[in-house]
Write a protein that binds this ligand. Structure first.
Ligand SMILES: Nc1ncnc2c1ncn2[C@@H]1O[C@H](COP(=O)(O)OP(=O)(O)O)[C@@H](O)[C@H]1O
Ligand SMILES: O=P(O)(O)OC[C@H](O)CO
Length: 497
C-alpha cells in the first residue's frame, strides 16, 4: 500500500488540505479562505456549507497537486478549529443555522448567570474548562433555545450536534458515521475528562439532550470511509484531533513537560502533563492532549483569542500593510523611544484573565505614533500574552517546565522579528521546526500510523527537526520595564477596571 496520507486542516479563517507522501513530506497542498460572518458586535459565525465546499475544493486541489488519485491515499486525518458548534438535521444533513464560532461571545450573560448559580467549580472539576462563552456548551444551549423547535427535535434524536470534525466526518461518510475524538469532546464543556464520557449532570444544566451527541473515540481510530461519490474512492478516515492537539502531536511533544505554542488566528500554548490531570490555580485550562489506545494524556492550556488576527487587522482594517509578512519589517522601523501598547481584546480576553466583556485598547500614543508603532504593538502583544501564559504555567507545573524550550508553529512564526521578540520577552529560547505545518502533520500521523503506513510514535518523534532557535538578547532592565508597561495596559483594559 502507498504511504500517502491526506490531512484536512479546517481552521478558523481557511481550510488547508495537505497530501503527505510515505516519507512524511508534503506532496501537494490546497488552501482556501472562506467568509467570516459578524452579525453583531461580539458575534462570529461560519456557514457550514462554505466550510464543506472549502474542504471539497482543497482536497481535490491537494490530490491534483500531488499528482496522485484518491485511491492512492491510504488514510485521512482530520484536524479542526475547536469549540465551534454545528447542529444539523439527521435526516437531511442540513444545518439548522450558521455555525457559532469559538470566538463568538453571545453567551457571555448566560455564563455569568451560571456563575451566579455557583456552578463554575462543578464545570471546572468535570471538564477542566471555565464558564466562558469560548466553549461549545453554552453556544449549543443558545442554539437550542433560539432556533424554533430545536430543543424538542434534538430530544427526539432528529438533530445532531458536532464540532467541525464531527460535521465533516458525517458529510464525508455520507451520514454513516457520527463520531468525534476525545480532544474535541474535551472542549465542549459537556465532557468529563477524568471519566472520558459525556457528563449527564452538565448536560442537564445546559439542557442539552444526550440523543444529539456523537460517539467519542480515540484520536487514532476508525471514523468510517469516505463516500466514493465524493472523491472517487472509499478512503478510510482514521485520525481526528482538534487543531491545537494535532499540533502537540505534530511537534512531537509526547513527554510530560514538553510544550508547544501555535500562532494562527489565535495563540494556544499546551504543556503535556502526562497521565496527570493538573488543576490550574492560575486560570489555565486542563484539557485532553490526546487519547491513544485508550490511554489519555492531559495538558495544561493557555488560550489567547487574538494573535495573527491582529496582523490581519493591520492589513484589512487599518490597511497599513499589504501582506501579513510585511508586519515584521514595519515593526522593526518603530521608534524605540515610544512606549505604545496594544491590548487586542477584540473578542474579550482569554487566559489568564477570561474577561468576555473587555474590548481592545491602545495606550501611550502621541502625535508621532504611526503605522510602525501600531505594527510593533500588535506583534509585541502576542509575545506579552504568551509570557503571561507561561508565567501561569510555571506556577501550576513544578516538574521542571522551567527548562522547557517552547516549540512554536503556525502562520505567524514565519516572522523572524516576532520570534526574536518572543524569546526576548519570555527570556527563554524559542524553537522553530523545519516543518511549520505541524497541525496537519499531527493529524496525518494519527491517520498514517493507524493505517499502518507511517511509523510508530517514537520513530515519528525522532523525525522532528529544528529550523532555528531564537535565544533571548534583551537587556533585563528593558524587559522588566516593558513587562510592567504591558501589565499596566492590561489592567486598564479589563472590563471591571
Ligand atoms: N509573516 C507573518 N508575520 C506575521 N503574521 C503572519 C505572517 N504570516 C501569516 N501571519 C498571520 O498568521 C495567521 C495565519 O496563520 P494560520 O496558521 O494559517 O492560521 P489559522 O489556522 O488560524 O487560519 C494570519 O492571521 C496571518 O495574519
Ligand atoms: O483556527 P486556529 O488555528 O486559530 O485555531 C482555533 C482554535 O482551535 C480555537 O480553540
Amino acid at each position: 500500500m502507498s504511504g500517502y496520507v491526506l490531512a484536512i486542516d479546517q481552521g478558523t479563517t481557511s481550510t488547508r488540505a495537505i497530501v503527505f507522501d510515505g516519507k512524511m513530506k508534503v506532496a501537494g497542498v490546497g488552501q482556501k479562505e472562506f467568509p467570516q460572518i459578524y452579525p453583531q458586535s461580539g458575534w462570529v459565525e461560519h456557514d457550514p456549507e462554505d466550510i464543506w465546499e472549502s474542504v471539497l475544493w482543497t482536497v481535490r486541489k491537494a490530490i491534483k497537486a500531488a499528482g496522485i488519485e484518491a485511491k492512492d491515499i491510504a488514510s485521512i486525518g482530520i484536524t479542526n478549529q475547536r469549540e465551534t458548534v454545528v447542529v444539523w438535521e439527521r435526516e437531511s444533513g442540513k444545518p439548522i443555522q450558521n455555525a457559532i464560532v469559538w470566538q463568538d461571545r453571545r453567551t457571555a450573560n448566560y455564563c455569568e448567570k451560571l456563575k451566579r448559580q455557583d456552578l463554575e467549580k462543578l464545570f471546572t472539576r468535570r471538564t477542566g474548562l471555565l464558564l466562558d462563552p469560548y466553549f461549545s456548551g453554552t453556544k449549543l444551549s443558545w442554539m437550542l433555545a433560539n432556533v424554533k423547535g430545536a430543543r424538542a427535535r434534538a430530544a427526539k434524536g432528529e438533530l445532531c450536534f458536532g464540532t467541525i470534525d464531527t460535521f465533516l466526518i458525517w458529510r464525508l461518510t455520507g451520514g454513516k458515521y457520527f463520531a468525534t475524538d476525545a480532544t474535541n469532546a474535551s472542549r465542549t464543556l459537556m465532557y468529563n475528562i477524568a471519566r472520558n464520557e459525556w457528563d449527564a449532570d452538565l448536560l442537564e444544566i445546559l439542557r442539552v439532550p444526550a440523543a444529539m451527541l456523537p460517539e467519542v473515540k480515540d484520536c487514532a481510530a476508525d471514523f468510517g470511509v469516505t463516500d466514493p461519490a465524493i472523491f472517487g474512492a472509499a478512503i478510510p478516515i482514521s485520525g481526528v484531533a482538534g487543531d491545537q492537539h494535532a499540533a502537540v502531536i505534530g511537534q512531537a511533544c509526547f513527554e510530560p513537560g514538553m510544550m508547544k505554542s501555535t500562532y494562527g488566528t489565535g495563540c494556544f500554548a499546551l504543556l503535556n502533563t502526562g497521565a496527570d490531570i493538573v488543576r490550574s490555580k492560575n486560570r489555565l485550562l486542563t484539557t485532553i492532549a490526546y487519547r491513544l489506545d485508550g490511554e489519555t494524556t492531559y495538558a495544561l492550556e493557555g488560550s489567547i483569542f487574538i494573535a495573527g488576527a491582529a496582523v490581519q487587522w493591520l492589513r484589512d482594517g487599518l490597511k497599513v500593510i499589504k501582506r501579513a509578512s510585511d508586519s515584521g519589517d514595519l515593526a522593526g522601523h518603530a521608534d524605540p523611544t515610544q512606549e505604545v501598547y496594544m491590548v487586542p481584546a477584540f473578542t474579550g480576553l482569554g487566559a489568564p484573565h477570561w474577561d468576555a466583556n473587555a474590548r481592545g485598547a491602545m495606550f501611550g500614543m502621541t502625535r508621532n505614533t504611526g503605522p510602525a508603532e501600531f505594527a510593533r504593538a500588535a506583534l509585541e502583544a502576542v509575545c506579552y500574552q504568551t509570557r503571561d501564559l507561561l508565567d501561569a504555567m510555571h506556577k501550576d507545573w513544578k516538574n521542571g517546565a522551567d527548562d522547557t524550550v517552547l516549540r512554536v508553529d503556525g502562520g505567524m512564526v514565519a516572522s523572524d522579528w516576532t520570534m526574536q521578540c518572543l524569546a526576548d520577552l519570555l527570556d527563554a529560547p524559542v524553537d522553530r521546526p523545519d516543518i511549520l505545518e505541524t497541525t496537519a502533520l499531527g493529524a496525518a500521523w494519527l491517520a498514517g500510523s493507524r493505517a499502518g503506513v507511517w511509523p510508530d510514535r517514537e520513530t515519528f518523534a525522532k523525525t522532528w527537526s529544528r529550523d532555528r532557535r531564537f535565544a533571548p538578547e534583551m537587556d533585563e532592565k528593558v524587559r522588566s520595564a516593558k513587562l510592567k508597561g504591558w501589565r499596566n495596559a492590561v489592567r486598564r483594559t479589563l472590563s471591571e477596571a
